[in-house]
Design a binder for this molecule. Sequence first.
Ligand SMILES: O=P(O)(O)OC[C@H]1O[C@](O)(CO)[C@@H](O)[C@@H]1O
Length: 552
Amino acid sequence: MTSASVDPSTTRAWPRLAELAERPRPDLRRLLADDGRVGRLTLEAADLHVDLSKNLVDDDVLGALLDLAAELGVLERRDAMLTGEHINVTEDRAVLHTALRLPRDATLVVDGQDVVADVHEELDRVCTFAEQVGSGAWTGATGRRIETVVNIGIGGSDLGPVMAYEALAPYRRPGLTCRFISNIDPTDAATTLDGLDPETTLFIVASKTFSTQETLTNARLCRAWLLDALGEHQDAVARHFVAVSTALDKVAEFGIDPANAFGFWDWVGGRYSVDSAIGTSLAVGIGPERFRELLAGFHAVDEHFRTAPPESNVPLLMGLLNVWYVNFLGAATHAVLPYAQLLHRFPAYLQQLTMESNGKGVRWDGAAVTTETGEIFWGEPGTNGQHAFYQLIHQGTRLVPADFIAFANPSYPLTDDAGDGTSVDVHELLLTNFLAQTQALALGRTAEEVRAEGVDDALVPARTFPGNRPTTSIMAPSLTPSVLGQLIALYEHITFVQGAVWGIDSFDQWGVELGKQLARGLAPAVAGDETVAAEQDASTRSLIAYYRRTRQ
Ligand SMILES: O=P(O)(O)OC[C@H]1O[C@](O)(CO)[C@@H](O)[C@@H]1O
């Protein structure tokens, strides 16, 4: 799909939406009195139960958003992605993360190659390795079983595995722990290695390009740490280092046996790669069966996205709602608020997924965008966030659409025994808070209601809640591997829909390159080269000078 992209503001639906945005906003108090609305706007995608009814839309807005998607060919672009067209135009690549979770008996021929056969061959290798490590069949150089797996990677080669490893804590294999090193800050390697026994530690170097400064530096630090203890064993690196990459030649150059390397393909973007071999640390941590359940969850939502009609297609609708908020109601950010402590890294994971994908200022044919693009995603688990930043969402001047995520069943069921014969299911306290927050945001509290509570007149304005603040509630039975895969796939497709509307290439990330290039050029100045320092701008020069005179 190298065709010219369409400026979305030139569609018929765009001015219609702008006109609708000028009207008084839909009144959630009135709309939520209608069970019919809730019924119509509560949708299912695999195990995800999604209530869109607390969004600031009525039938006119929804209709216009669906018209916008139709005019822009969003679903045709979805089909182009799913069938392997090169929709990543600036890198001339297919975008096929969905192929990573196709079942074994599926077929998808891209550029003359059945990618499903390739995917399953590599997945089987990852699963065999995960089983060997987990069962103790894979031993370190001194014959001891592996107790700690350290994933070394950054960005998509870290955020997905660590997020999922945290989220699936109840599914971890006993006797085995995963740790993660990502940052070039030496603190990360130092504190992560602290207390580990080299004899029982296995490193997985995960890097799509195998040229990322942070990852290669950390890999060398870890190799030195290992060899310091086990250097006399010839096979120390072979028994304690494996790699995951698309650049297997570079893996070999680094000194890792290609037999201990797992591959994937250039059509998997880093931020879309947790379900490829990049998830090897996770597969080891939770075991291959659970890893396969995760993939099946992804696939279930892929199928929903592929087949559900537009009016009940959850990723399509959620992506379009985000467009409504960003482009027509002026929202600059979007909060993701999981009522599940285990999802504490989910917002960070989504930041890369959404912002590296849709933080673009030109469309895929190089034309400058004429509309706002990617919003800022952020969040923290509830209820912690309630005691930190919810004040701004409730009463601040900015519109912050928010997704609430909650599970009917707890991962760790606990009862609070008050000691007076009463007891409370603590998970119910969590869910009550989720319900209360979405209700408060939607309905608010009027000045009359506040007065009726006997509040002093002078305090009424401060105690009034405007309400009409939009939220989406996503519920599922439990946070299982499959449900986690479903959630990730949901947000991948939401991100896709927004990028397709904006006409941008959601699958490149050129914006991260300049800083990397400049860092390489600045290294000599930081190390003391006065000539290179003198070539810098005044502020950078001054900061380098401060560093040089202060560093002990
Ligand atoms: O897996 P790699 O190639 O080390 O890249 C790590 C991360 O760096 C980025 O390229 C950004 O610099 C991300 O897109 C990617 O996930």
